[in-house]
Ligand binder design. Sequence first.
Ligand code: ZN
Length: 120
Amino acid sequence: MTMEVFREFTFDSAHWLPHVPEDHKCRRVHGHTYRVTLHVTGGIKQPAGWVMDFADLKRIAGPVFDGLDHRLLNDIPGLENPTAENLAVWLWGKLRPALPGLSQVTVRENETSGCSYRGE
Ligand SMILES: [Zn+2]
């Protein structure tokens, strides 16, 4: 039996988008409370009865999000153009080596907008 578990993380960061027109509002520095949901797919391990310990997910992923919190994302190597899409791909690359079951990264910039990446 395979199942997908998920955990949500939030952090506050500033960014601006360098490749939009000069008059586009996203060209100006602004902030988001990002919400990222990490999905991990795997078998239900016995006797624990879970795919993985949510605490392990936090232990592995937490430091990556701590490194983004209260930062200007554009200053972080690999995030010079910090769209939600590029952030999802960047997070995948940072997290997948330690989380081989990682199956989806969803990045939300606000209540209504975001993207999901499945490593393809
Ligand atoms: Zn933005």
